[in-house]
Design a protein around this ligand. Structure first.
Ligand SMILES: [Zn+2]
Length: 111
């Protein structure tokens, strides 16, 4: 199995390219770039890799991802990459996401 690699912080140029693919007109900022065929999740290519668009948005806006955490969306909108809708959740807690609970609890998950 391929070992997971940490996201390398992208250059401003790459960041600019990313945000041109985002529609910021609504409350949710919707990814308009490539979507993974199997489940419709937004993906973005840079540095020779394909990464999840919402993870990329998190890293460039809010900071590096600590190990054993994943990025989820409080709005539950698959294509949303708005930083204020992105939450760090410990891995393995997928089944317990409750949108009324997490917004106020975000800080608890930031290191
Ligand atoms: Zn959203």
């Amino acid at each position: 199995m391929k070992k997971a690699t940490a996201l390398v912080l992208p250059s401003e140029l790459v960041e600019d390219r990313f945000w041109t693919k985002v529609n910021m007109e609504g409350d949710c900022w919707l990814w308009t770039g490539t979507q993974r065929a199997s489940d419709g999740i937004g993906v973005f290519g840079y540095d020779g890799k394909i990464v999840y668009a919402h993870r990329f948005a998190y890293v460039v806006s809010l900071g590096p991802l600590p190990p054993r955490f994943e990025v989820r969306r409080s709005c539950m909108n698959t294509l949303c990459v708005r930083p204020s809708h992105l939450l760090l959740i410990p891995k393995g807690k997928k089944a317990k996401i409750d949108i009324t609970y997490f917004p106020g609890a975000v800080g608890d998950y930031l290191m």
